[in-house]
Design a protein around this ligand. Structure first.
Ligand code: SAH
Length: 243
């Protein structure tokens, strides 16, 4: 009977340790395991919605199902609301695009692994992460220094090797041109000529073109040095700032 005391204490200690290491509130770096599973579920529902809206590219769906969108948002928005199909503010009067638009623009570019991609409008860094998850060699430009620096930090922390530069997207990134794909996530009034020049032969570019209240996604393809232009969905993006 006397020996049951220590055995009981050891049993209780083991039970406490088991509870501590398996409890949903154990910290794993920035998030609790409870948050991680909530976000996973929110991401799964987001992907279901993308499928319902007509996204079919399995690689794009897998990438969107993997990239932790909530990690790219300002602290106030780090909840499962990050996965709702709407844009969200990221500060400096800018927004992170709604998941459907990110998936749609990415799907329309038919990316192959290793292709060099230029994104104009890094914003939160989320679209750049989705491109990197698909195996692209990503170059992304952002005009607001604070956003460029925040996106650089988040991408690095999560482990995406994207090249982010603070600068004017109208100039493109000539040192790394030509690009197989150019994705513009802010809306210029007219086609930025330097970006067209920096598109590789056989390359594709997608951008929202137009003024504040009336824009359309436009897809360009460079074939034998000539540009083919296709008009696509009506959209609403933040304007591309002219310096
Ligand atoms: N792709 C982003 C969302 C972009 S919002 C994401 O995944 O979060 C559009 C971004 O374009 C904003 O951050 C804005 O500051 C940036 N932008 C606007 N004009 C620009 C310009 N001339 N050059 C580079 N970036 C620009």
């Amino acid at each position: 009977m006397r020996k049951t005391g220590p055995a009981l204490i050891i049993f209780l200690l083991c039970l406490t340790a088991f509870w501590f290491f398996t409890s949903p509130t154990v910290c794993t770096g920035h998030e609790t395991t409870m948050e991680v599973s909530d976000m996973k579920e929110a991401r799964r529902l987001m992907v279901e919605q993308l499928i319902a809206y007509g996204i079919t590219d399995q690689k794009v769906l897998a990438a969107m199902g993997k990239v932790p969108r909530h990690r790219f948002l300002p602290a106030d928005y780090i909840t499962s609301a990050a996965y709702g199909d709407h844009p969200l503010p990221i500060g400096h009067d800018q927004t992170i695009s709604q998941p459907y638009i990110v998936a749609y623009m990415t799907e329309r570019m038919h990316l192959a692994k290793g292709e060099k991609v230029l994104e104009i409008g890094t914003g939160s860094g989320y679209q750049a992460a989705v491109l990197a998850e698909l195996g692209a060699d990503v170059y992304s430009m952002e005009i607001v220094p604070e956003l460029a620096s925040h996106a650089t930090d988040v991408l690095k922390t999560i482990g995406y090797a994207c090249n982010v530069k603070c600068g004017d997207g109208y100039q493109g990134w000539p040192e790394h041109a030509p690009f197989s794909v150019i994705i513009v996530t802010c809306a210029p009034g007219e086609l930025p000529e330097k970006l067209v020049e920096q598109l590789a032969e056989g390359g594709r570019m997608i951008l929202p073109l137009g003024g504040a209240f009336s824009q359309r996604l436009v897809i360009l393809r460079k074939k034998d040095g000539k540009i083919e232009q296709e008009e696509d969905l009506p959209v609403r993006f933040v304007p591309m700032i002219k310096k």
